[in-house]
Design a protein around this ligand. Sequence first.
Ligand code: GSH
Length: 209
Amino acid sequence: MCDLYYTPASGPCRVVQMVAHALKVKLNLKPLNLQQKEHLAPEFLKLNPQHTVPTLVDNNFALWESRPIAIYLVEKYAKDDSLYPKNAKQRAVVNQQLYFDMGTLSKRMYDFFYPQLMQNAEADPKKFKELEEAVEFLETSLSKSTYAAGEKLTIADFALAVTTSMCVLTGYDLSKYSNITRWYQLMKDELPGWEINEEGLNVMRQYMK
Ligand code: GSH
């Protein structure tokens, strides 16, 4: 069984938990309390010198970064390639969406919201504009396909849906984006393990009070 070092409030951790759930891969969950700096403990730094969660350990093989972990789980444990297709073009589009989520959408979401959540900072209009542009990119891409990377559910949907749920949690109004609204409802209805995401969002809600 794989160990997963995680914290429930972390979106990237929930992506991994949900993908594992979809694949029926059992995870031995090892919670780390980031406030208490458990991720900086020497034993954890030996596993992951970059001290981030999620960190997966599969038989002495330690891997971090949620999207590569999701890819690894599919490649190692899935019965078929549907969540991460082997077809070169289809896989390229999944990768494109995963990189968009990592480098653009989730980055801009954290850049805009985290100073407000963590440091009570004022909303920065420039960062909001940048986030808005990223959300518009997502809207355009979802106007062309049912799911994030084509006509089937893939790991790109897991990653983007968790980021989108963080935008919703922090009060971003998505109602003017008809394609995101349609797809996000589909995710809530269809994404295996959505309840795992809901539980994590509830933990975040407590922090935000
Ligand atoms: N790009 C990484 C991923 O997708 O896994 C982000 C991981 C990340 O930044 N995790 C946060 C963390 O571990 C929690 S959401 N923070 C503690 C630290 O960086 O020291």
